[in-house]
Design a protein around this ligand. Structure first.
Ligand code: 13P
Length: 250
């Protein structure tokens, strides 16, 4: 098991340069806590945050990338560009990409290969919709997403998986302990079967995590991190989650 929780802020499409002090406050406020803290700002802020957070422990990451190294892809950003801008991690396969941009698992897998090639540590996101859960398809959907979104290139590499039930994102509705434990057991079993693990992947939960539910969540067996949307946009709401990770056993 990893020694420290990974508490990741997904700022999504939020944040102008006046948000830089928030990142500084997060870096400052989390300094004495026993957690790995990562910020995934919009790509436009990456170089500025790389400067603003230089010398701190905060990890920076991109929210998505194109699968090619470079070329005629107007509006897209390569993994190498994100790395060049200061990222060392990357989110891939977030449900807002899978559903909002109709990204299939095979494309997520190609992006993961590109991320590894550029030296970025991928966090690959999976999760079922409410319809799928209500139809009893959760295990099937998660297994298919894992099988088709995680390329063989991850063998022996550093990567992580985030379980984010689509119905729990931005709804205030967190999955139950039993639902999380079942999904994490499935993910752990899949990873151990499919990959030669050299660096223990951190398994994150995402979906309506906040300062009130983080301690219970992070104490669940096998949960080694959280991917936080709304509550990560302000230091006052994000720091309590980092503080909860400090006391929770990993
Ligand atoms: P919320 O924390 O706003 O539910 O978002 C979760 C998420 O999508 C993190 O990637």
């Amino acid at each position: 098991m990893p020694h420290r929780h990974l508490i990741a802020a997904n700022w999504k499409m939020n944040g102008l340069k006046d948000h830089i002090p928030v990142a500084r406050a997060i870096a400052e406020g989390s300094r004495d806590f026993h957690a790995r803290v990562a910020l995934f700002p919009p790509a436009t802020l990456l170089p500025r945050l790389a400067d603003a957070l230089a010398g701190t422990q905060v990890i920076l990451g991109g929210q998505d990338c194109h699968h090619a190294d470079s070329g005629p892809f107007t509006g897209d950003i390569s993994a190498a560009m994100l790395k060049d801008a200061g990222a060392s991690m990357i989110l891939l396969g977030h449900s807002e990409r899978r559903h909002g941009h109709l990204e299939p698992c095979a494309l997520v897998a190609k992006k993961a290969v590109a991320a590894l090639k550029a030296g970025l540590e991928p966090i690959i996101c999976i999760g079922e919709t409410l319809d799928q859960r209500q139809q009893g398809l959760t295990r099937q959907v998660l297994t298919r997403q894992l099988t088709d979104s995680l390329p063989d290139d991850l063998n022996g590499a550093r990567f992580h998986v985030s379980y984010e039930p689509v119905w729990a994102i931005g709804t205030g509705l967190i999955a139950t302990d039993a639902q999380i434990l079942e999904a994490f057991a499935l993910i752990r079993e899949f990873l151990n079967r499919r990959f030669r693990i050299q660096h223990e992947p951190q398994l994150l939960y995402g979906g309506s995590v906040n300062g009130s539910n983080a301690a219970t969540l992070l104490a669940l067996e096998g949960v080694s991190g959280a991917l936080v949307g709304g509550a990560s946009l302000k230091a006052e709401t994000f720091l309590p989650i980092i503080a909860a990770a400090h006391t929770a056993p990993v």
